[in-house]
Design a protein around this ligand. Structure first.
Ligand code: SAM
Length: 307
């Protein structure tokens, strides 16, 4: 629990469990995240191992945890592939990950070797991640590499800075300035799995703050949820069935693609692609079960047009 009284994000753990469950078992050759499992506590690994083995547990609670991880894995695979690809094609010297949660890119994407990374997150979630990372340091380097002596040194990114920010109350721009982000150089902004948890006003304020530090040649990669009665009902059902993960983190804003595009355009960011995860999942082949969650989840790429 942080000083603000808010606990570390549990949905961040669920997404990490989904990536750990999918690593090496789903979309082989396109998706991999060997770092995710290293950030999980022992109890959190149990449903991950069950999903990987396809062994459905007995008991209500264990079954709910299993289904949550399985469902999450199906959604995060196309989402991660799409985002990693966007980061490759829009790489700059600066990557700011907004609402980073247990994101592993700074430790797993070799393409970030020439990039300075800022991980921005709610203070409670960031504190939790840093504790997990500290425990995982000896495991963060690949086979044959010397163990790193710090979380930052273990990263493949050129540099890594943790920047605690509560989007609801803190000044994102001031926090990034204090952490050494250069607004005159291009930045790649990544905002994955966070927009639904913010109010419309908080989303607007965050876009305004990042746009103020966006030089020409910058890109925003944003994952958001479009309105979907079925996906919203699915979350409600999961809560009723006893999943406590989503109960403390309700969805606060869903965006139709034209409204998201209009918001970004009003801050000089032009959407150049905006795909739903269902289309991306179909393109990967393999079975697709979570149609409504996949159809309403989207990844948009917007480029800075201000010169
Ligand atoms: C579902 S997790 C996604 C984490 C990560 N981006 C990923 O996709 O794995 C949601 C993240 O949003 C962050 N978040 C939610 N509300 C926030 C706020 N008001 N300020 C800062 N971060 C917030 C949480 O701390 C959490 O890390």
């Amino acid at each position: 629990m942080s000083a603000s009284g808010r606990a570390a994000s549990r949905t961040a753990v669920l997404v990490c469990q989904g990536r750990a469950a999918a690593d090496g078992t789903t979309a082989a050759g396109r998706f991999t995240d060997p770092v995710a499992v290293r950030l999980l506590r022992a109890a959190e690994r149990v449903p991950v191992d069950e999903v990987r083995a396809g062994s459905v547990p007995q008991g209500w609670q264990a079954r709910v945890a299993y289904e949550s991880v399985r469902a999450c894995a199906e959604v995060v695979v196309p989402r991660t592939i799409a985002i990693d690809e966007a980061l490759r094609t829009h790489s700059t010297g600066q990557l700011v990950i907004l609402g980073a949660g247990l994101d592993t890119r700074a430790w797993r994407l070799p393409g970030l070797a020439g990039t300075d990374v800022w991980e921005v997150d709610h203070p409670a979630s960031q504190q939790d991640k840093r504790a997990r990372l500290a425990d995982a340091v000896p495991l963060l380097r690949g086979p044959g590499e010397d163990a790193a002596d710090s979380v930052e040194a273990a990263a493949v990114a050129r540099s890594l800075r943790f920047t605690p920010v509560d989007f609801a109350v803190d000044d994102l721009g001031a926090a990034l300035a204090a952490a050494g982000h250069d607004p005159s150089a291009p930045t790649t902004w990544l905002w994955e799995g966070v927009v639904p948890y913010l109010t419309r006003d908080e989303v607007r304020a965050t876009v305004a703050a990042l746009a103020a530090r966006t030089a020409p040649g910058s890109t925003l990669v944003v994952n958001y949820q479009a309105p979907s009665p079925r996906a919203t009902a699915g979350r409600r059902l999961a809560r009723l069935l006893g999943s406590s993960v989503t109960s403390g983190e309700p969805w606060r804003s869903l965006w139709k693609p034209p409204r998201m595009a209009a918001l970004l355009a009003s801050y000089g960011l032009e959407v150049v692609s905006d795909d739903d995860l269902l289309t991306l999942a179909h393109a990967l082949g393999g079975p697709v079960e979570r149609r409504s969650s996949l159809r309403s989840g989207r990844v948009a790429v917007a480029e800075s047009r201000r010169g």
